[in-house]
Write a protein that binds this ligand. Structure first.
Ligand code: GDP
Length: 435
């Protein structure tokens, strides 16, 4: 999907505009521990076009003076976005900081749509023309608070989307490596590509730099490693900020079937690891936990691996379905196993089970462990069917969904998991009343 970034100095109203555009989509379906509520990344949709939205204002680059931060945010927008919404404020007019942002945006080829915020009433409209002098063409008058002018602004934004690129016939499995800075993602990218045969694409010169790399494994299976360029790009000040790492992770998750959550064996598990893993889980992708730098763990004995695994299981309870592998980008230990594992998780993630077998499993489960009752009313399960893959999603028809106790649902989920092997993928159960 195209990426739209909102830039502008503090207090022009970036998050208000961001929330207006993202709308209800921003609400969170699940409550995964550790996932922050302050979003800087969301999905948007206008006139049937989907896009991803970034609020660069949420990326704080600590220890940097005010002007540097604003400039860095503009640079992130140029690096990440297909279209930039440059937001200014009618109440203050053009400020020095606005000029600075404009200077940076001039130098890029990314299309810029200028939006003048806080035009809360029609009398202010005439002042909007002052902003022509910024040199980005027609300014769009908007009010984030009142939701005025957003439609016209989005019309202009989608008019600037890159032409859709003819998609290559692609039967490869798309995966990405995510994790906080320095866990060894780039090293792993290089090591994995070094062990496999990289396919050079003959479709050159797409609108954005070629960020995906295709390769075939020893057994002939085809893979696309998502966002390899993003991981190899180095040396920008903002590289190591937490929010930027999150942004990259979320984009990579969006573009992948399977996500490898990379941890650093040498440093253990940090809060940021949990947030990143939480997003992968919420997105419903297949997940593999990769513990890198295993070579740095000294005095290993038979218990070392097991106890590390226990810690991971404890810290990432919601990822209980994810397999764990211990690797080293440095010594290449166990890297050869990764493609096979990714393939397996993908097979589970796209698995379809037959309704007859599924219902047999459920009926056996219910026979072994009777359904719960509430106020003398017993839950009755009639029928289940799989309605989607990626992740596998099942509808279970019952007499009254309110009688489906959380723990009983968990039990049924586990029975389905065990019977069909869904290692590596979340599965979703939808409980419906039979009409
Ligand atoms: P990224 O920020 O996650 O992409 O991390 P990098 O790939 O840049 O790695 C950060 C540092 O860890 C670099 O100095 C790497 O050489 C080092 N490193 C990465 N993987 C390993 C590993 O498996 N073992 C050891 N000993 N060092 C590693």
């Amino acid at each position: 999907n195209p990426v739209v970034a909102v830039v502008g100095r503090p207090n022009v109203g970036k998050s208000t505009i961001f929330n207006r555009i993202a709308g209800e989509r921003i609400s969170i379906v699940e409550d995964t521990p550790g996932v922050t509520r302050d979003r800087i990344y969301a999905h948007g949709e206008w006139l049937g076009k989907d896009f991803n939205l970034i609020d660069t204002g949420g990326i704080e680059i600590s220890d940097q003076p005010f002007m540097t931060q604003i400039k860095q945010q503009a640079e992130i927008a140029i690096d990440e976005a297909d279209v930039i919404i440059f937001l200014v404020d009618i109440k203050t007019g053009i400020t020095d900081a606005d000029e600075q942002v404009a200077q940076i945006l001039y130098r890029s080829n990314t299309p810029v749509v200028l939006a003048v915020n806080k035009v809360d009433n029609p009398e202010l409209r005439s002042q909007v023309y002052d902003f022509y002098s910024l040199g980005f063409g027609d300014p769009y008058a908007v009010s984030g608070i009142h939701g005025i002018g957003i439609g016209d602004l989005l019309d202009a934004v989608i008019n600037n989307f890159p032409d859709e690129i003819a998609q290559e016939e692609d039967d490869s499995i798309r995966f990405s490596l995510i994790g906080r800075p320095n866990v060894g993602k780039s090293s792993l990218v290089n090591a994995i590509l070094g062990e496999n045969r990289v396919i050079v694409s003959d479709i050159a010169g797409t609108t954005r730099d070629a960020i995906d790399t295709k390769f075939t494994a020893a057994d002939g299976a085809k893979f696309t490693m998502v966002d390899t360029a993003g991981m190899k790009k180095r040396g920008k000040i903002y590289e190591n900020t937490e929010k930027y790492a999150m942004l990259r992770a979320m984009r990579a998750i969006d573009n992948s079937d399977i996500v490898l959550v990379v941890l650093n064996a040498d440093e253990g598990i940090r809060e940021q690891d949990k947030r990143i893993a939480g997003y992968a889980h919420e997105a419903g992708r297949g997940v593999i936990i990769v513990v890198n730098k295993w070579d740095l763990v000294t005095n290993k004995n038979t218990q070392t691996l097991k106890s590390f695994e226990n810690i991971i299981r404890q810290e990432f309870q919601y990822l209980s379905y994810a397999p764990i592998v211990f690797v080293s980008a440095e010594t290449k230990q166990r890297l050869i196993k990764l493609p096979v594992l990714i393939q397996q998780v993908y097979d589970h993630h796209t698995k379809r089970v037959q309704s007859a077998t599924l219902n047999d499993v459920l009926m056996d489960a219910i026979a072994a462990n009777p359904t719960p009752t509430q106020n003398n009313k017993r839950l009755r399960v009639f029928y289940a069917t799989q309605v989607a893959i990626q992740p596998p999603t099942f509808i279970i028809f019952v007499n009254d969904p309110d009688l489906m106790h959380f723990s009983y649902q968990r039990y049924l989920e586990n029975q389905i998991r065990e019977s069909f092997d869904f290692t590596g993928t979340p599965i979703h159960l939808i409980i419906r009343q039979r009409k």
